[in-house]
Design a binder for this molecule. Structure first.
Ligand SMILES: CC(=O)N[C@H]1[C@@H](OP(=O)(O)OP(=O)(O)OC[C@H]2O[C@@H](n3ccc(=O)[nH]c3=O)[C@H](O)[C@@H]2O)O[C@H](CO)[C@@H](O)[C@@H]1O[C@H](C)C(=O)N[C@@H](C)C(=O)N[C@H](CCC(=O)O)C(=O)O
Ligand SMILES: Nc1ncnc2c1ncn2[C@@H]1O[C@H](COP(=O)(O)OP(=O)(O)OP(=O)(O)O)[C@@H](O)[C@H]1O
Length: 492
């Protein structure tokens, strides 16, 4: 792209040296820089990108974007100085990739729990309706039959624009994105023109980063306030009427909202709910009438998720009647209250619950069909929000027997993590086992016919992070193996 044209989107800047006519790409990581590209120096939490401009030049950068004067020896490299490289990156990335989000129907989902589930449901419903959709979030980018790894649930502003452009170039017209609070706080969403924004719920998590629930909520509200003020555009909020936080989000934008709920009155409300071990049914009250809904997803929280997805697609123009047909075809989202197929006399689920609220919801979802014990394995991660640990254990105490363990220890000592959790236990029927594989084995060993086992914390993930390395690990594989061993031995 012509460099002068590209830089015209930055009104206030100082340029040292001669600008090259063209650049072929933009990077914020010196290690990825190739010839004839621009390198943007970002001040990070860990390092300052300004320290890497020489590496970027060595790798072929011909324009350096920085917040300070830098000594550049080469005549072939220009330095552009701006006040905020993070803001400039969002402006430049949008212009360079030609504002891809304006050409797509872009749906963003935020909330403490349910982002992956709701985005996956919207994406699956669209695909089952023969529409083209791409999905980005904690699983990476799913585009067509391909999966692309992403470092974050919500990528940085530059990666987001690259990704949106790739989606548009492949003729896909819907982009469904998980929006994390870290992403909002760090401006990773700047420049994304969302059409529909969805709120699931707000409960305790990430207070290591946001400090207070108020700050956490204010950060989430950015998704709604950043819808802008151009009222000629069609934009819509999808809000959980049972979560009082929705009132704040309604108030920060002029755009209309559609509500969903189970308890309070709303546009999309579920009543007459029947919970079974492998399906759920309910009556859906909607602006287009009342419908009977059956689905393979389990638990009350998944009714909220399905309502959120349904309201989002209704906002996009799909009829409720058609949506009800499509919901029937939905499969449970991988690792989210996913029933494990095993030939053993116990019922087992893999779940990703790793917040106090999610744990409560996870256990509550099996209560209606509990016959014997509920065995709940609760895990939390090292080097992340410590404050939620006792609260997680408190909620896990709803189960008859609890196993406390670790998801990803990272650099933290597992014994410290477990000691934090133990403080919240409300009864003594529990055991702390730092090694996750041993913890899963113990869950199977103490089980008896008729029991329900929930292995929570890691969902479908196939690795465990110890220090800063990923090691192969799969809850489902370990559990299936141990379960078959225990119950086939007993039968012999
Ligand atoms: C705390 C945090 O959010 N960190 C994010 C931040 O990293 P950072 O500020 O430490 O970056 P840094 O390492 O200091 O690097 C600064 C700059 O120097 C550059 N650099 C660095 C080294 C080098 O050799 N050359 C070079 O150019 C880097 O490319 C970068 O531009 O910016 C990076 C790029 O955008 C993110 O990948 C990174 O997320 C880390 C990996 C992370 O774990 N974040 C978590 C907390 C997070 O964001 N989680 C949410 C999901 C939460 C949920 O579960 O709901 C998410 O959206 O992923
Ligand atoms: N609407 C909901 N309300 C409460 N809990 C939920 C809801 N949806 C899912 N959960 C619980 O949270 C877990 C994680 O779900 P999901 O991955 O969809 O959330 P997420 O917001 O993407 O989480 P993360 O940000 O950690 O990736 C599920 O396994 C379930 O236990």
């Amino acid at each position: 792209m012509n460099t002068h044209e590209l830089l015209s989107c930055l009104r206030f800047k100082k340029i040292n040296g001669a600008l090259p006519n063209h650049i072929t790409n933009i990077h914020q990581d010196s290690r990825k820089v190739e010839n004839d590209t621009m390198f943007i120096c970002i001040r990070g939490f860990t390092v300052d990108g300004h320290e890497y401009y020489k590496d970027a030049i060595e790798n072929g950068a011909t324009v350096i974007l920085a917040e300070e004067e830098l000594k550049i020896d080469s005549d072939h490299v220009a330095l552009v100085i701006v006040n905020s490289t993070a803001k400039a990156m969002a402006l430049l990335a949008n212009k360079f990739f030609d504002y891809p989000s304006t050409k797509l129907t872009t749906i963003g989902v935020t909330g403490t729990n349910g982002k992956t589930t709701v985005t996956s449901l919207i994406h699956s419903i669209l695909r089952n309706d023969n529409q083209k959709s791409a999905l980005s979030g904690s699983i990476g980018l799913e585009l067509g039959k391909e999966f692309y790894y992403n470092e974050n649930t919500t990528c940085d502003a530059l990666t987001n624009q690259k990704m949106l452009r790739k989606v548009h170039d492949q003729g896909v017209d819907h982009m469904i994105m998980e929006v994390s609070s870290h992403g909002l706080a760090q401006g990773r969403l700047w420049g994304i023109d969302f059409d529909i924004v969805v709120f699931t719920n707000l409960t305790h998590d990430h207070l290591d980063y946001h400090n207070t629930m108020e700050q956490y909520s204010n950060t989430k509200s950015l998704l709604f306030s950043q819808l802008g003020n151009d009222l000629s555009a069609f934009k819509c909020l999808i809000l959980n009427e049972d979560d009082p936080q929705s009132n704040q989000y309604k108030a920060v934008t002029p755009f209309e909202s559609i509500s969903y709920s189970i308890e309070n009155t709303s546009d999309f409300k579920a009543t007459n709910i029947i919970y079974k071990s492998d399906m759920t049914s309910f009556t859906l009250h909607s602006p287009e009438g009342t419908y009977d809904v059956e689905m393979k997803l389990l638990g009350k929280f998944n009714i909220y998720n399905v309502l959120a997805a349904t309201a989002s697609l209704y906002a996009k123009g799909i009829t409720v009647e058609r949506l009800v047909e499509l919901i029937k075809k939905l499969s449970p989202v991988n690792g989210r209250m996913e029933k494990v197929n095993i030939s053993a006399p116990v019922t087992m689920y893999i779940d990703y619950a790793h917040t106090p609220d999610a744990i409560e919801k996870s256990i509550s979802s099996v209560m209606p069909f509990k016959k014997q014990k509920i065995i709940f394995l609760a895990g939390t991660s090292g080097d992340r929000d410590r404050y939620k640990r006792p609260l997680m254990a408190e909620k896990a105490s709803l189960a008859d027997y609890v196993i406390l363990t670790v998801n990803d220890p990272r650099f933290e000592n597992a014994t410290t993590i477990l000691a934090d959790m133990e403080q919240g236990m409300q009864h003594h029927h529990y055991k702390s086992i730092p090694d996750r594989k041993k913890a899963i084995t113990h869950a199977i060993e103490v089980s008896e016919p008729g029991d329900i086992i929930i292995l929570a914390g890691k969902g479908q993930e196939e690795y465990q992070i110890i220090e800063n390395k990923k090691y192969p690990h799969s809850d489902i594989k370990i559990a299936t193996e141990k379960c078959l061993l225990k119950y086939s031995l007993n039968h012999n």
